[in-house]
Structure formats: structure tokens, C-alpha cells
Design a protein around this ligand. Structure first.
Ligand code: FAD
Length: 569
């Protein structure tokens, strides 16, 4: 860690350690006091990845995120770390090779976030992939991904397929294929990437929006950042500015007054929307992820997750507000039709939907191509003023994308040449919680008085960070208060999210630090008040602010769930 690092400075704040809610303002003040090596706009997985690369070089770097971390597309994905098998059919061999190999890297650096997930592909003679093509595709995929012999795909007979998933359509089913992908928690992947970078001395700040770029001699030299929670504005100077604003990339590019129209038009985003529907396992029982054809030959996933099964995604053109995509009745009808075609025994209707989410893909426009045909590759666009924009890509491939964006920033800002070269450490340095957990972690947690069920969840969710939660638990009797008996949520966990993950709003906790919003009936509204009470203590909220947070969360749920869950009222 360098002398000038944010972590060293932040530890002087009221909450020691980086990525703490209390240190938010001090980060901006410190950043405004000197020149940054890199200012990164956007706290989704792309911005987090670039911050991680910066931290591995001990650069002075800051991420600013207009909402909460991962509040854009990076909390609205299919939550799969996947090699993109279906892109092989489009001939995107290099993309599949790179992304599928990144699965191994992510497993290594974030084992608590990347879980092997067998995927079944039922093969029919009338719909979906042709059996021979699918077999050849998976053979090539195994090779490209460097899959070891133990985990290569398997061919299944018809009876074996039905043994694994009884609810599949039997008519014209000829067999199946099984191969491995990985499941994740996308928003936590972002937060853990940021945390690791902050622990190395960089900083990340949520609710901090870039409103304008600043220039000297036609070159971009920084940005004006507004602290959305206080309204304070800070002019920040940086040797390089990286635009990692996902679906807002073109909006940020439009702030670049030195950007020539021609450059803006030559490469632009093509936004598409994807939605997911969540059902209880009681209504849609499933033990195994199934990749299945949609009614129009698009490919969908049905994915088991705890007590739920979720199904997605669609891929339709989108020209609305990137921050507010919603699930429309037409989206719901489409997904239900797809489910009924392949799972005729799963008798689900719109009334059975317990949750949904919509996300916007920031793809690069390719004339004449439909949403699902557009490549998922990423691209770096450098404007005449030196603004580095990163567009496209996948959650799974974020590390390589960040490596390229970082290299472009280092080169254009004339940083030391060694900084632009890929680092081996990027392949091995753990994300937050990705370090050694230790065989006796559970026992050690329980020895410190933490109930076994809480300890188990902490170790699986927070990985090697479990001792910090135990410290909070032991620090004060109030930290041991149970807030949600079925889930065994205790106050210490909320304190951890505030102090170590910069949760500053109730929505941050319920939507992105935990999975209440996505995967619990009622979206965690029953625990909103108790959680807000703990946050109020930690963040100094008065009764009005606490009530407003609960009310705002209600509004968030109603707006985002929309007609799919609440009907058209
Ligand atoms: P974002 O996550 O949107 O982050 C950009 C951030 O920039 C936003 O949080 C935004 O608030 C912020 N921002 C914008 N303007 C400003 C400003 N002026 N100042 C400050 N901050 C600003 N990939 C996979 O690998 N696996 C999957 O299973 C998968 N499923 C998907 C399913 C769907 C429906 C979709 C839409 C995508 C899926 N993807 C998946 C792709 C993946 O989710 C995206 O590629 C990735 O999340 C994009 O991350 P990002 O950081 O570029 O964008």
C-alpha cells in the first residue's frame, strides 16, 4: 500500500477501513485535493474491474457511481458465469474461448461467489439445437474452454434426461447433453471486486455522479462529481478518465464536448432489454439448470435458486431510460409461452410470479443485426480528447475487459510503460472474501458465540471475510439481535454491510448486498423496518429519515416489479 493510498487515509476516519459508509465524503475530499491517476465513471462490474487493475499497480484511482454499486446492469443479469456456448453458433470462437477460460480465473479468485452449476440441454427433433450440432458445439466448447476430463460434457439418453427433469416435454425428445457452467451473485461480485481494490488503497464511492468533464488544451483532465446524497460538487483532476458507464456510456460520451460527431456516430451502443421471472420451487420445481429453446428459437435458462426457480432472459431492442427498464405484460406472456412449450407439466401463470427483474445490455451497434445476433464482445473507444470508453462485454469476461481498458488508460495518459502490461497478479489476487477460508472457519465462528446457521451463511456469503463479521457480533450485545428468524439475519451483518461495503440506503442492503429483493416472496419488505432501525443507529438517521427509507423501498419494489407482480393497478 502506498503512502498516498486512500485506505491509509480512510483508516483515520470514524470507521476504520476502506469502502465504509462513513468514509464516503472523505474519499471525495481526498480525491479533490490531488490528481488521480485514473477516475473511473461507473460502479458496475466494468468499473470495478478497472479499479482492481489500478489497485494491482498501486495507482491512485477512484470509482464514482451515480447510484449504488451494481445498481445498473450488473445486478440484473442471469447471474451466471458462463462461457457463452450459444455464441459458438454465431461463429464467435475467440469470444467463447476468452470468456469460458475466465470462468476458471473467477473460480480461483472468488471461490465463494462462483459455484459449479450443471446445465442440461434437452434435445428435440422439432425445436432448439439440432442434436448433432449441439454435440459438436459442446465438444468444441470443452476444447476452447480447456475443460478437464472430469468435467467434460456428457451425452444423456432420453430416460436419463427425464429422470433429471421430470417436467420436460417428452414428445420428440431424443436425449440430452449436460455440461458445467457456474452460478454467481452478480451484485456481490461487483462489491467484492471493489472491496479488494479498496483494501489495496484505491477508493470507490456510490451516489456520486459525473455531471461534466473538464479539459485543458482539448484534453480531458477530470470531471465534476456531485455527491447525490448531499448535493456537494467536487472538481476532480485525473491523468486518465475511464467511462465504464454501461448503458449510459453514450450519455457520458455526449458530455465530452471535444468528441466529434463523426466519432460518436461511428461507434455507438445498441441497448437491448432482458427480463427474468421468479417462481417458487413449489410452483416450478427444478433441481438442475435447463437451457431450452424459446418459442422463437431464442435460448433461455431455467435456473434453480434456493426456494425459487427463475427463468430468462428475453432479448429485445430498448430505447427507454437505462435506469428504469421494466417487465411488460408482453415480456411475461413471451416467457410463459416458452416455459409451457418445454415444461408442459409446469402449470404456472402470471399469478405465480413472485418477482421479476429487467436489465439493459450495453452492446455495440452492428447494422442489420437483431438483438440476439449482436456480438457480446467488448470494445475500447478513445475520443479525440482522450476519454476512454469501454462498451459491450459480459459479467464473466470483466477481468479481461478491464485489463484492456486499463492498458488504454495507462497508454493514453503516458503512465509508466510497465503499467500498461497485463499483470500475472490479476489472475491470482483474490476478490474481497476470496482468500483462504480455513477448514475450521465454521467451528471458529461458532466458538465465538455465533449460531451455527448464521456462521454457515456468513462463510458461504462473505468467504474469508467471516472474522470481521464475528468481531462485530462480539463487539456489542445489540449486534446479536436477530432481525429475521427464518433467514437468521442478525444486526452484525447489517453493520458489516454499512462499514465494509458502503451500504448507505435501505435499498442497497435489500437489493444488492443481500438477495432479499430478488429471491424472497414480498422482496424482504417484512424485514425492511428492523434493518432500517439498525442502519439508523449506524448512520445517524432520525425517525423521519428512517420512515422515508422504508417508504422509498416500497416505491422501488412497486415500480420495478410493476404489472408482472402487482397486475395493472
Ligand atoms: P453497469 O452494471 O450498468 O454499470 C455502469 C454503471 O455506471 C451504472 O451502475 C450506472 O449507474 C453508472 N453511471 C452511469 N452514468 C454515470 C455517471 N454520469 N456518473 C457516475 N456513474 C454513472 N453476463 C454474464 O456474464 N452472465 C450472465 O448471466 C449475464 N446475463 C445477463 C442478463 C441480462 C438480462 C443482461 C441485460 C445482461 C447480462 N449479462 C450477463 C451481461 C452483463 O450483465 C453486463 O455485461 C455487465 O453487467 C455490464 O456491466 P457494466 O459495468 O458495463 O454496466
Amino acid at each position: 500500500m502506498t503512502e498516498s493510498s486512500f485506505a491509509a487515509e480512510a483508516s483515520a476516519g470514524p470507521f476504520a477501513g476502506a469502502c465504509s459508509a462513513a468514509a464516503r465524503r472523505s474519499y471525495l475530499q481526498q480525491a479533490a485535493a490531488g490528481e488521480l491517476d485514473v477516475l473511473i465513471i461507473g460502479g458496475g462490474i466494468t468499473g470495478a474491474g478497472v479499479l482492481r487493475e489500478a489497485s494491482l499497480r498501486q495507482a491512485r484511482a477512484l470509482v464514482v457511481e451515480q447510484g449504488d454499486f451494481a445498481s445498473g446492469t450488473s445486478s440484473r443479469s442471469s447471474k451466471l458465469i458462463h462461457g457463452g456456448l450459444r455464441y459458438l453458433a454465431q461463429g464467435q470462437v475467440a469470444l467463447v474461448r476468452e470468456v469460458s477460460r475466465e470462468r476458471d480465473v473467477l473460480q480461483r479468485i472468488a471461490p465463494h461467489l462462483v459455484h459449479r452449476q450443471p446445465v442440461l440441454i434437452p434435445l428435440y427433433t422439432d425445436i432448439g439445437m439440432r442434436p448433432l450440432t449441439a454435440r459438436m458445439g459442446l465438444t468444441l466448447f470443452d476444447r476452447l474452454a480447456g475443460v478437464d476430463s472430469e468435467h467434460r460434457h456428457q451425452s444423456l439418453k432420453r430416460a436419463q434426461v427425464l429422470e433429471k427433469v421430470r417436467s420436460l416435454r417428452t414428445e420428440r425428445l431424443v436425449g440430452g447433453l449436460q455440461y458445467d457452467e457456474f452460478s454467481t451473485n452478480d451484485a456481490r461480485m461487483v462489491v467484492e471486486t471493489l472491496k479488494a481494490a479498496c483494501q489495496r488503497g484505491c477508493a470507490a464511492m456510490n451516489y456520486a455522479r459525473v455531471d461534466a468533464l473538464t479539459y485543458a488544451d482539448g484534453r480531458v483532465t477530470g470531471a465534476v462529481v456531485t455527491d447525490v446524497l448531499t448535493g456537494e460538487r467536487y472538481p476532480l483532476r485525473a491523468r486518465a478518465v475511464v467511462n465504464a458507464a454501461g448503458p449510459w456510456v453514450d450519455h457520458v460520451r455526449s458530455l465530452d464536448t471535444a468528441q466529434r460527431d463523426a466519432a460518436m456516430n461511428a461507434k455507438r451502443l445498441h441497448l437491448t432489454k432482458g427480463i427474468h421471472l421468479v417462481f417458487s420451487q413449489a410452483r416450478f420445481p427444478l433441481d438442475l439448470t435447463v437451457m431450452f429453446p424459446g418459442v422463437d428459437e431464442r435460448t433461455l435458462f431455467a435456473i434453480p435458486h434456493g426456494d425459487c426457480t427463475y427463468v430468462g432472459t428475453t432479448d429485445t431492442d430498448y430505447d427507454g431510460d437505462p435506469g428504469a427498464p421494466t417487465v411488460t405484460p408482453a415480456d411475461v406472456r413471451y416467457l410463459l409461452d416458452c416455459i409451457h412449450q418445454v415444461f408442459p407439466d409446469v402449470d404456472v401463470s402470471a399469478a405465480d410470479i413472485i418477482g421479476c427483474w429487467a436489465g439493459v445490455r450495453p452492446l455495440l451497434h452492428e447494422p442489420g443485426k437483431s438483438p440476439s445476433q449482436i456480438s457480446r464482445r467488448d470494445e475500447i473507444i478513445v475520443s479525440p480528447s482522450g476519454l476512454i470508453s469501454v462498451a459491450g462485454g459480459k459479467l464473466t469476461g470483466f477481468r479481461k475487459m478491464a485489463e484492456r481498458a486499463w492498458a488504454a488508460a495507462a497508454e493514453h495518459a503516458g503512465m509508466q510503460p510497465a503499467w500498461a502490461r497485463p499483470l500475472k497478479a490479476s489472475l491470482t489476487e483474490p476478490l474481497g472474501g476470496g482468500g483462504e477460508i480455513g477448514q475450521d472457519a465454521l467451528e471458529a465462528c461458532v466458538d465465538r458465540g455465533v449460531p451455527a446457521s448464521v456462521a454457515k451463511r456468513w462463510v458461504s456469503t462473505f468467504g474469508s471475510a467471516w472474522p470481521s463479521l464475528c468481531d462485530l457480533y462480539a463487539s456489542d450485545k445489540a449486534m446479536q439481535t436477530c432481525l429475521d428468524a427464518p433467514r437468521q439475519l442478525v444486526a452484525a451483518e447489517i453493520a458489516y454491510l454499512v462499514r465494509h461495503e458502503m451500504a448507505v440506503r435501505l435499498e442497497d442492503v435489500l437489493v444488492r448486498r443481500t438477495d432479499y429483493y430478488h429471491f424472497s416472496a414480498g422482496h424482504g419488505r417484512s424485514v425492511a423496518h428492523p434493518i432500517a432501525k439498525v442502519m439508523a443507529e449506524l448512520l445517524g438517521w432520525d425517525a423521519n429519515r428512517m420512515a422515508a427509507e422504508v417508504e422509498d423501498y416500497e416505491t422501488y419494489v412497486r415500480t420495478c416489479q410493476g404489472p408482472a407482480v402487482y397486475g395493472s393497478t
